[in-house]
Ligand binder design. Structure first.
Ligand code: ZN
Length: 272
């Protein structure tokens, strides 16, 4: 029997993907670092530069982190694009969408001195036109604003749904089910904005989940781009009863009849 595993022979993967780059990310990143977990942070470079702020209905003033604050904060995590100015994109022309995406990608790459290959949709509007622009700008995936509410990894990388929004009533129950899940390549991915943890008083709840998952030796914490690249590499593998052929540039892991196997890039292993 052949079963697909995540890198280093881990059965499951975990990720958080948080939007907007707000002040509460400082506390949130501290928590991730405390439990050795990786996150993906989706940022709007123009709002960062304006140090944009707005008042939440609870009265909390939600502030964007500025460029100086973000540079070291997200070290070890993924920075992804969330458009330059966070528009609702239903009325934008193709040129305007392309400008929002490419401008943000370029600015974030300058600020962080690293390649930005991920994209998360602002608000909840997504369309085939936006998908086309995401691909034209060279992004490798687009996270949309829908929940999958299951542990199967997504197969459409340009309509990527995270597992659950962090204010969903089912969050804790799903986290518990994930810890007990035995499904192949099980993935749990939480989406949110860290200011909700203040307004909804959710810090303790989220820390309990991060601790529980961070202490689980079956789980590998990955950024979204690492997940997408690994799953794409797995898609390209040829798996038969006789052999496994890795057609990608990264190592793939499998459990073959109780034995853990690492198949190196471009390698083929015989199962006979
Ligand atoms: Zn947002």
């Amino acid at each position: 029997m052949i079963r697909k595993f995540y890198p280093y022979g881990k059965k499951k993967a975990f990720n958080v993907t948080y939007d907007d780059g707000v002040e509460q990310d400082v506390r949130f990143v501290e928590l991730l670092n405390k439990y050795n977990l990786k996150g993906t942070f989706n940022l709007n470079s123009a709002l960062m530069e304006q140090e944009f702020e707005w008042t939440h209905e609870s009265g909390l003033v939600v502030k964007r982190l500025n460029q100086k604050e973000v540079a070291s904060l997200y070290k070890g995590h993924e920075v992804a694009s969330h458009t330059a100015t966070h528009p609702y994109m239903d009325n934008l022309t193709k040129e305007e969408i392309l400008r929002e995406l490419s401008w943000d990608k370029r600015r974030l790459e300058e600020i962080f001195s690293e390649e930005v290959s991920g994209f998360a949709v602002p608000f909840d509007y997504y369309s085939e036109l936006i998908e086309e622009c995401v691909k034209e700008c060279g992004f490798e995936y687009a996270r949309i604003s829908e929940e999958s509410l299951c542990f199967s990894p997504q197969s459409d990388y340009y309509n990527w749904k995270a597992t659950v929004f962090h204010l969903d009533d089912s969050l804790e129950e799903l986290a518990e089910r994930f810890v007990r899940s035995d499904s192949e390549l099980a993935l749990f991915q939480i989406v949110g904005h860290s200011y909700d943890l203040d307004t909804e008083d959710k810090w303790e709840c989220i820390e309990n989940i991060l601790r529980r998952i961070g202490n689980n030796s079956d789980v590998l914490s990955m950024t979204t781009i690492e997940l997408v690249r690994y799953l794409r590499a797995m898609d390209k593998a040829e798996i038969t009863e006789e052999y496994i052929e890795n057609n990608s540039e990264e190592s793939l892991w499998f459990l073959v009849d109780e034995t853990l196997c690492e198949v190196k890039p471009k390698a083929k292993i015989s199962l006979k």
